[in-house]
Design a protein around this ligand. Structure first.
Ligand code: F6P
Length: 355
């Protein structure tokens, strides 16, 4: 039983990093200390820090440089993070460590996988626990937005703007591969915002023949001699003859599509492939991600103050609400709706999305 008088709140970041994590930490620290006079401790490297019984006291303005708080605009996470390890296999040690740290509550900023594992630990250890969704993939169910997604969409959009002009200058087809695991939210939203001609998503089957048909129509009907093709990393390989099991490519999905175009196009096409990779996870958080980070951090602290546990803060209809973590886990990862408004909008604008 904890002997201290001041409430002790732990905070950790878990899973892949993304822009906006530090802005959430800042919001939690400021609100918990200013409004409730709690002590806040950062736990480094997620459950690894718990296991090693490490924690760092966090104070308002403790990172200031000449009075400027860098947390608001800094990418990554000052706490460090990890997306590896079999946490549940070490559950007894983690539960013992949590008790030894004398924490009264824990806030975790993570994706659906991390929040699912931590909420199971919280249930077994009787921790008071609140989750905050983050991921550039935006595949956490029950929230329209996760921290980090908007910045990643902006980063990809910026890359598409840049690629458009070099593509147009050389009459090239630029194939751009983006992240998202099995979900196509990043590709779909950045593709519409960045003016892509083709967007390939894990959720919608495509055909190289139809894709090449679309490029031919762009050229013959609209005299467009270049094109931008956005490929989500999680697309499923086409069922074309070229993709027989014994000929499965070992290259990335972007390169696969570029090779497929070379194979199926009725005329020679000069293609180049860009894999944006972890560039999508870097950079300073956008204004929207900072706003969501602030609202999520504030609400997570208020939920704890009201005695709630095993809830996740979520963005629904421009408001922050609380949803049960169990329910979120059961519905995650959340894919793009192939019949949803955004897909229909993209099709209406003449973008090829498969089938
Ligand atoms: O889940 C976030 C994400 O960036 C995915 O989009 C991507 O597939 C994966 O993480 C990359 O993980 P890692 O950082 O281990 O390379």
């Amino acid at each position: 039983m904890a002997m201290h008088t001041q409430q002790r709140l732990g905070i950790l970041t878990s899973g892949g990093d993304c822009p906006g994590l530090n802005a959430v930490i800042r919001a939690v620290v400021n609100h918990a200390t200013l409004t409730y006079d709690w002590q806040v401790f950062g736990i480094p490297y997620a459950t690894q820090g718990l296991l090693e019984r490490q924690m760092i006291p966090l104070h308002m303005h403790s990172f200031d440089l000449r009075g400027i708080d860098p947390l608001l605009s800094m990418g990554g996470t000052i706490l460090g993070t990890t997306n590896k390890g079999d946490t549940l296999a070490q559950k007894d040690e983690i539960l013992a460590s949590y008790a030894a740290l004398e924490l009264d509550a824990l806030i975790a900023i993570g994706g659906d996988g991390s929040l699912s594992i931590l909420s199971q630990l919280a249930a077994q250890g009787n921790w008071q626990f609140i989750g905050i969704p983050k991921t550039i993939d935006n595949d956490v169910a029950l929230t329209e937005r996760a921290v980090g997604f908007d910045t990643a969409v902006n980063t990809i959009t910026d890359a598409l703007n840049r690629l458009t002009f070099t593509a147009a200058s050389h009459d090239r087809v630029m194939v751009v591969e983006v992240m998202g695991r099995g979900a196509g939210h990043l590709a779909l939203q950045a593709g519409i915002a960045g003016g892509a001609d083709v967007i390939l998503l894990p959720e919608i089957p495509y055909s190289l023949k139809n894709l090449c048909g679309h490029l031919t129509e762009l050229r013959n009907r609209w005299q467009r001699r270049f094109a931008i093709i956005l490929v989500a990393e999680g697309i499923h390989l086409a069922q074309d003859a070229w993709a027989q099991p014994d000929q499965r490519p070992t290259c990335g999905k972007g390169q696969y599509i570029a090779d497929g175009i070379a194979q199926f196009s009725p005329y020679p096409i000069d293609t180049r492939v860009s894999v944006l990779g972890h560039i999508q996870r870097g950079g300073i958080p956008s204004a929207l991600d900072r706003l969501i980070a602030a609202a999520f951090g504030k609400t997570a602290v208020d939920l704890l103050a009201k005695g709630h546990s095993n809830q996740m803060v979520a963005w629904q209809n421009s408001k922050v609400v609380a949803v049960p973590i169990d329910q979120m886990c059961a519905m995650s990862p959340c894919p793009v709706d192939p019949n949803g408004d955004l897909v229909q909008t993209a099709r209406a604008l003449g973008i090829y999305l498969g089938e």
